[in-house]
Structure formats: C-alpha cells, structure tokens
Design a protein around this ligand. Structure first.
Ligand code: HEM
Length: 181
C-alpha cells in the first residue's frame, strides 16, 4: 500500500529545482538547490531541511463541493505541469481554539476558499498534507503543480486567498517555487 506519509526534502538532489524560497509570514526556510518527495518519515541524511506530512480525510468540504471538485480536479505528475509550489502553512493558536463549524464558516462562507480555488481547476493540480499532529513546525504542507502558462494565474490565486479572512489566522507561511529538472 502506498504510504500516506511524505517527506519533502530540501537538499542537493531531487527532480524539482528550487527557483525561490520566500517567507510570506514568520520565519522562512534556508536555501536549498533541489526538492525531493520521499515516501515515509525517515530522516534524510542529505537534507538541508525536511518537512513531513500525512494525507488525511476531508474536514470542511461539503458533499456538493466534494463532487464538484472531483469532476474537475486533475491528477499530479502531468507532463505539462513543469512548475510546482510547496507552501508550508501554520495557523494561529486562536484558529485551533475555534470549533469545527466556526472554522468552516471562515474558510468558505467568509473567505470563499473552495469557490475561489475551483476557478483555477483543472489548470492547477493540488494535494494537501497535514503536519500539525506529527509535531511538525507547520500545520499544513500544500503542494501544487501547473504548466508555465498558468503561473500568472497561480499568482492571482495566491493573492486572492491571502487577502481573505482565513489568512488572518496564518502566522507562518513560506512559498517555495519549483521547476521540474
Ligand atoms: C484546504 C481547495 C488552493 C491552502 C482546502 C480544502 C479544499 C481546498 C476543498 C478543504 C479540505 C478539507 O475539507 O479538509 C482548494 C482548491 C484550490 C486551493 C480547489 C485551487 C488550486 C490553495 C492554495 C493554498 C491552499 C493556493 C495555499 C496558499 C489550503 C490549506 C488548507 C486548504 C492550508 C487546510 C485548511 C485547514 O484545514 O485549516 N483547500 N485549495 N489552498 N487549502 Fe486549499
């Protein structure tokens, strides 16, 4: 069975060349030449940094949204998707004190995260990893792949989400932009 655990290893090797590492909020990450995605949580000896995540069940997505997403979302590893972004995110203590229904209201009714994101499908392929319960420095590792032609659209998506009320609860965010070697 494919492991649900993934390590994102910044270091000297890997199929993704690091184009830039930018601290959006809070502390950044040291520079690294390449990124490798490795199955499992084992410590990578060649790592400049290693971020660990696990895939999980949906928390906030409603049935109609889940079906709408499933109908348009593309798979990872499309040959034309030569650009990628790894965006580790941590949310504030105040966020984690909220109840599930309050967090859903902020994510969708107030911020339109899913509705905004949906407009960028199928150009952008994505995968969400949870890291908070692994005791990691970030709560989420978000991963995106797209063709170079859609890089400007991806920037617009980032700007829209970062301007939303949900992002008031983000206290650390690093944007790592990548190109397939
Ligand atoms: C969660 C959709 C882009 C960051 C989610 C969820 C959906 C979603 C449906 C909820 C998952 C659940 O029910 O648990 C999309 C779509 C996007 C997109 C369709 C279009 C490409 C982004 C981007 C970022 C991002 C660009 C980062 C800059 C997150 C984070 C979560 C999340 C951190 C977890 C939120 C939490 O559990 O508190 N997204 N998203 N998403 N997304 Fe997006």
């Amino acid at each position: 069975m494919e492991s649900r655990f993934t390590s994102f290893v910044g270091g000297p090797t890997g199929p993704w060349k690091v184009v830039s590492i930018r601290a959006i909020s809070g502390d950044g990450l040291p520079s690294a030449g390449h990124l490798d995605l490795r199955e499992g949580l084992n410590e990578a000896e060649d790592a400049v940094w290693q971020l660990r995540g696990v895939t999980s069940n949906l928390r906030y997505t409603q049935e109609t949204e889940r079906k709408a997403l499933a109908a348009v979302q593309p798979p990872l590893s499309r040959p034309e998707a030569r650009c990628a972004a790894l965006i580790p995110i941590r949310k504030t203590a105040a966020w984690w004190l909220l109840a599930q229904d309050e967090r859903r209201a902020i994510i969708e009714e107030q911020s339109r995260h899913i509705a905004i994101g949906m407009a960028y499908l199928p150009a952008v392929a994505r995968k969400l990893f949870h890291a908070r319960d692994l005791g990691e420095p970030f709560d989420f590792l978000t991963w995106f792949e797209f063709a170079p032609d859609h890089a400007a659209g991806f920037d617009a998506l980032l700007a829209a989400l970062r301007a939303s009320p949900e992002w008031d609860y983000v206290d650390r965010e690093v944007e790592i932009r990548l190109e397939r070697v």
